[in-house]
Design a protein around this ligand. Structure first.
Ligand SMILES: Cc1cc2nc3c(=O)[nH]c(=O)nc-3n(C[C@H](O)[C@H](O)[C@H](O)COP(=O)(O)OP(=O)(O)OC[C@H]3O[C@@H](n4cnc5c(N)ncnc54)[C@H](O)[C@@H]3O)c2cc1C
Length: 397
C-alpha cells in the first residue's frame, strides 16, 4: 500500500507513475481540497483572465482515478504521520496504513503581516476558489493594490489591468523580481508593466491596511495612502512541512530529501514545493516552487518508492506570461558575476555567467531554445561571452 499526502500536481503525477511502472498494490491519494488535482499556473493567467476553462486545469480526467484504481480522498486532510505504526491519521480519525509514503503537500501563501490584513477584500492566490474570487472582484473594476512584485504579484497585476482595473504594485526592492532576476532584468518587467498602465511603487514598504470592514487604503511607511478596493497579498509562500516536522523528519527550508527524494526516514519521500532536495547537477539542496519541478519530481519519487535507482537532477525551469512577455527561465542566478544579452528589446535571451560558465538563461519571446540553454548549463564549459551574445552563433554545438 502506497499513500500520497497532497493531491496536487506532484501527488497526481506520482500516482500516475506508480501505475505506469506496473505497481499493482493499493494507492491512496489524500487531498485537503475538494477539487481533484489541478495545475495552478492558469489560475493567475488564462483562467483568471477568462480565456481558458476550468476543465483545462485538471491533471487527470475525472474518471482516471477510478479507472486506475487510485483511491482519491478529497476534502480530507492528513493530520499526523504515525511512523512507528506506519499509518497516516486523517482528520476523520481514520488511519491509513502505508508501506511507502509520499508527502507532496505543497505550499501556502504567506499571510500579510500588517494591521488590517484581516479586512474583507484582502486576497491571496493559490487555489481555484481564490482565482474565482479574484475574477469576480476584478469584474467590478476599481482600485486593485498588489503587495509584492514577484511572479504571482505581477501576473495578477497583469490580469487585473486586462480586466480594466486601476492597478498599483507595492514592492520594497528597487525592481520587481529583484532576487530572482537581478536589477537589469527586473527592470525589463518593470518597463512592461509601466507601459501597460500599472503604477509600480518600488522601494516602498507597506505600513498597514485601513478600512471599515472592507479594505479602503494601503498605507505606506512614507505615510502615503493608496486607494484600494481589493488587495492581493503576493509576498511568497511557505512550504507545508508541519506534518513532516511533527513526525520528526529533518526539515530545512522544506522537507530535506536526497537526490532520490527520500527523507530522513527511508520509507517517506517528498516532492514538489514542499521538498528541499539535493540536486546533483547543482551540487546543493534547493527547494523549487515551480510547476516543472512538481511535474517531474512526482514520478521520480514514485520510482524511488518502487525501489528503482533514480535521481532528480533537472535544471530548474520556470515560465511566465505577462502582457506582451512570454518567458522561460532555466537555472539559478545564485553567484552570477556576469550577464550577457543576446537580442534586444523584448526579444532576447539573457545568460547569467559565473566564472565564465552559463548558470542560468532566460528566453523572452524567443522560442524552442530551452533545450540548448539547459545544455549549456549542464555542460558547465566556459563560454566566450561575445559569441554567446551574437545571434548568428548557434547556441548548440
Ligand atoms: C497562482 C499560481 C500560479 C503559478 N504559476 C506558475 C507558473 O507560471 N510557472 C511555474 O513554473 N509555476 C507556477 N506556479 C507554481 C506551481 O503551481 C507550483 O510549484 C505547483 O503547484 C506545486 O505543486 P505541488 O504538487 O508541490 O503542490 P500543490 O499544487 O500546492 O499541491 C499540494 C496539495 O496538497 C494539499 N495538502 C496540503 N496539506 C495537506 C494535508 N495535510 N492533507 C491533505 N492534503 C494536503 C494542498 O491542499 C494542495 O492541494 C504557480 C502557482 C500559483 C499558486
Amino acid at each position: 500500500m502506497f499513500v500520497i499526502i497532497g493531491a496536487g500536481l506532484a501527488g497526481a503525477k506520482a500516482a500516475a507513475a506508480l501505475r505506469e511502472e506496473g505497481y499493482r498494490g493499493g494507492v491512496t491519494l489524500i487531498g485537503a481540497e475538494h477539487e481533484r488535482p489541478y495545475e495552478r499556473p492558469p489560475l493567475s493567467k488564462g483562467y483568471l483572465q477568462g480565456s481558458s476553462e476550468l476543465e483545462k486545469v485538471y491533471v487527470h480526467p475525472e474518471g482516471w482515478y477510478r479507472d486506475n484504481d487510485v483511491d482519491l480522498r478529497l476534502g480530507t486532510a492528513a493530520t499526523a504521520i504515525d511512523r512507528p505504526s506506519r499509518e497516516v491519521v486523517l482528520g476523520t480519525g481514520e488511519r491509513v496504513a502505508y508501506e511507502k509514503l509520499l508527502i507532496a503537500t505543497g505550499a501556502t501563501p504567506r499571510p500579510l503581516p500588517f494591521e488590517g490584513a484581516d479586512l474583507d477584500g484582502v486576497h491571496y492566490l493559490r487555489t481555484v476558489a481564490d482565482s474565482q474570487a479574484l475574477k469576480a472582484a476584478f469584474a467590478h473594476g476599481g482600485n486593485v493594490v498588489v503587495i509584492g512584485g514577484g511572479w504571482i504579484g505581477l501576473e495578477t497585476a497583469a490580469a487585473a489591468r486586462k480586466a480594466g482595473c486601476d492597478v498599483t504594485v507595492v514592492e520594497p526592492e528597487p525592481t520587481p523580481l529583484h532576487r530572482t532576476l537581478g536589477a537589469e532584468m527586473g527592470e525589463v518587467f518593470a518597463g512592461v508593466h509601466r507601459r501597460n498602465g500599472v503604477d509600480l511603487r518600488l522601494g516602498a514598504k507597506v505600513a498597514r491596511l485601513a478600512g471599515d470592514g472592507h479594505v479602503r487604503e494601503v498605507v505606506l511607511e512614507s505615510g502615503e495612502a493608496i486607494a484600494a478596493d481589493e488587495v492581493i497579498g503576493g509576498i511568497g509562500a511557505a512550504p507545508n512541512v508541519e506534518l513532516a516536522r511533527d513526525a520528526g523528519l529533518e526539515i530545512g527550508s522544506g522537507i530535506l530529501v536526497d537526490a532520490a527524494l527520500r527523507s530522513s526516514d527511508p520509507d517517506i519521500h517528498a516532492a514538489g514545493d514542499v521538498a528541499e532536495a539535493f540536486n546533483p547537477l547543482l551540487n546543493r539542496r534547493i527547494r523549487v516552487e515551480h510547476w516543472a519541478n512538481a511535474l517531474n519530481q512526482g514520478p521520480v519519487a514514485a520510482k524511488a518508492m518502487l525501489g528503482q535507482d533514480v535521481v532528480y537532477d533537472r535544471v530548474p525551469y520556470f515560465y511566465t506570461d505577462q502582457f506582451e512577455i512570454g518567458m522561460e527561465f532555466s537555472g539559478d542566478i545564485a553567484g552570477a558575476d556576469d550577464l550577457v544579452i543576446r537580442g534586444s528589446d523584448l526579444e532576447f535571451i539573457a545568460f547569467w555567467l559565473r566564472e565564465g560558465r552559463v548558470i542560468a538563461g532566460m528566453n523572452v519571446n524567443v522560442w524552442d531554445v530551452v533545450g540548448d540553454i539547459q545544455k549549456l548549463i549542464r555542460n558547465g564549459e566556459t563560454v566566450d561571452p561575445k559569441r554567446l551574445a551574437d545571434p548568428e552563433t548557434p547556441l548548440a554545438g
